[in-house]
Design a protein. Structure first.
Lengths: 339, 339
DNA sequence: CTGAAAGCGCTTACAG
DNA sequence: CTGAAAGCGCTTACAG
């Protein structure tokens, strides 16, 4: 006995239909004890006749929580983001929470608008892969009881929980690997210097060079936007310019992709270690050596932290670092060319 | 003047603080006209002092909509799903809607539980990449006014809007391409036969063979789960068995990946056309020829359809088919081996 | 065992 | 220009 399009029966309708009070319907719907079985049966019959389904949004308004969390990504469409989402979704599901997702598209304003829109919905908590350089706008929200955990990059201008990859350590390991294979002149192609992950990876590069007592020529370092044109120009300058390098560390997957598309498919190539793993990387010739992040661990740690905050943990802001892993596949084991 | 942790000020608090009525606060918050500027100023000052932010969930309860839609995917972590998400998110944002996402993990029960959980939240609409074989459970929801659009695969056992790739046409084009390159014995490695996309792609395969008046040996067709072990066994049987083929159509990206990992990297290989594009496919040796789907168009069309339903379109169920595109890159242009 | 009243935080419809 | 009352669909706290 479904009703007209767009009008859903309410508990009140069920109560009238069953000839009982509203509270009795609520008891039956929520499986509370203390309802005579005959009464409960009448209520259930009314529910079926009317096709009643409880409105959880209304229930949650009264309850004070929304049983939902939000994940604000850079771009849900990229593989790293979607791996984070999967991990966060898994933990949210364990806690009976539904998940909002949204993408900032690296736009500070959009990040802020989306984050505040989620807070206005009163999500129980928020996980943010931040792009902005000032997150003070979230302070009132977290003070009011909406915990915020930062993921992949730390918060700017506020103290907050953050779950990050060991960016410096990963880059250091990657560069040390190249040094071990005989390279002395190693180039670094990175993202914009203002981006935390990029800066950390550059720090790891410098650290590895210093560990090996190798000088760094600043012309070997190229940071900027990750569009193919700029990356391609960087490759040419670094490999064929005045101070040529014999190996490259590319500091994220977009840069690595652009470099791979630009390198000659035949003839000598610089050694290459990419930050971030890529599907099919093992099937390239040579295979692509990478410093792989662990997005599943990153996402899960962020979600766990969020739920611990929701459970009442009011300790100091935490910073969790997830290890990276060097995966040698060929491109990083090419030796320096003679000369 | 923020209040204690976990207690947010309400409009009522603001009204008291400003010494005005509740409705006046509502007017100011919503930018309605007809408030004396001095009064509005007092209200704004109170809002700032208290750190008031409107609770959108409460507002939406009164309004009757939730300004949110849900996207139920197979697995948010895979590239196809995440490309769909990006497209859906873009259209949702145009309509001021937030997006819930969830993954069924190919589990019928989880699909149902999640879909109904979203409906219980009263999302304005639902987009489902279905995995179940009976969607009658959604009938009461759509009858009550929650439109549902199916994406990538059609609904089972109910009439509903669906946005699909031209699976049969794509496979037909791929196989015709192999035939044009001289192949007569072509294998098909597909997903479980019960899955709509798999069945359609097989239909396209048969159609192309029939178009060219080529006989099909049923031993050339292998369908089943997409785990590497089964796919690997299929490759061996098809290429080295009693009725060997000279070319393969792999009917989705997981299968293609398993096949690529199994084929010898040197020595003769069967020609290969994969359904679904893969990142780096162009950098393999040989490049991977694919029948590419257009997830951006699929997701956008599904979201547009959903919003048209929300705008009042009550026409018959629609079925939208998005074209696929053959991208030759080398593996599909290998000729049949002598013999 | 059962239900009427009040309330979650807003908006709607109406009256001054 | 302003606000008191009723209501969105539930749950909570209480009384019978």
């Amino acid at each position: 006995m479904s009703r007209g399009y767009g009008t859903r029966p309410t508990m009140k309708d069920v109560a009238v239909e069953a000839g009982v009070g509203l509270k009795t319907v609520s008891r039956v719907v929520n499986g509370e004890s203390g309802v005579a079985s005959a009464t409960a049966e009448r209520v259930r019959a009314a529910i079926d006749r009317l096709g009643f389904r409880r409105n959880d949004s209304a229930r949650l308004l009264r309850t004070g929580r929304t049983a939902s969390i939000a994940l604000l990504l850079e771009d849900i469409g990229d593989p790293f983001s979607s791996a984070l989402s999967r991990a966060v979704e898994g933990v949210a599901a364990e806690h009976g929470c539904l998940l909002f997702t949204g993408s900032s598209a690296e736009d500070q304003r959009r990040e802020r608008d989306l984050a505040l829109a989620f807070c206005a919905r009163r999500v129980d908590g928020l996980i943010v892969v931040p792009t902005g350089d000032d997150h003070r706008y979230l302070l009132p929200e977290s003070a009011a009881g909406t915990p915020v955990v930062f993921l992949d990059r730390p918060a700017a201008a506020i103290e907050a929980d953050a779950v990050l990859s060991d960016n410096a350590g990963g880059a250091r390991t990657g560069v040390a690997h190249l040094i071990r294979h005989g390279h002395r002149r190693i180039g670094f192609i990175g993202d914009l210097a203002r981006i935390h992950t990029s800066a950390e990876r550059l720090r790891g590069y410098r650290r590895a060079m210093a560990d090996a007592a190798l000088p760094v020529d600043e012309r070997w370092i190229d940071t900027g936007p990750t569009d193919a044109a700029r990356v391609t120009a960087a490759v040419d300058r670094l490999t064929r310019g005045a101070a040529p390098v014999t190996a490259l560390l590319t500091a994220n997957n977009r840069i690595t992709l652009a470099v791979l598309h630009h390198l000659p498919s035949d003839g000598p190539r610089p050694a290459l270690v990419g930050f971030d793993d890529l599907e099919l990387a093992d099937l390239l010739t040579p295979g692509l050596t990478v410093v792989a992040q662990d997005p599943a661990a990153l996402g899960a740690a962020a979600a766990r932290t969020l739920f611990e905050r929701l459970a009442g943990d009011t300790g100091a802001a935490r910073r969790i670092e997830i290890p990276t892993r060097l995966i040698p596949r060929g491109s990083g084991e090419i030796g320096p060319r003679a000369g």
